[in-house]
Design a protein around this ligand. Structure first.
Ligand code: ZN
Length: 62
């Protein structure tokens, strides 16, 4: 006869969704969205610092 002593529910750790960063919904506009420096037409930010800075400001302004 099988014993079934393990009856713990699965932990819902994997259920937390990854937060969507505001910058990920922006279209490239030919310049940095944060510092307005001219960029390639496919880029939105000149570097990670600008991308993070934009996200920080977006978090405050909604
Ligand atoms: Zn920039």
């Amino acid at each position: 006869m099988e014993t079934d002593l393990v009856d713990a529910p699965p932990t819902p750790l994997a259920a937390a969704p990854a937060p969507v960063r505001p910058r990920q919904s922006l279209p490239p506009k030919g310049s940095c969205w944060y510092c307005e420096k001219a960029l390639d037409s496919v880029k939105r930010f000149c570097n990670k610092e600008c991308a993070d800075g934009f996200d920080d400001e977006a978090a405050f302004t909604g």
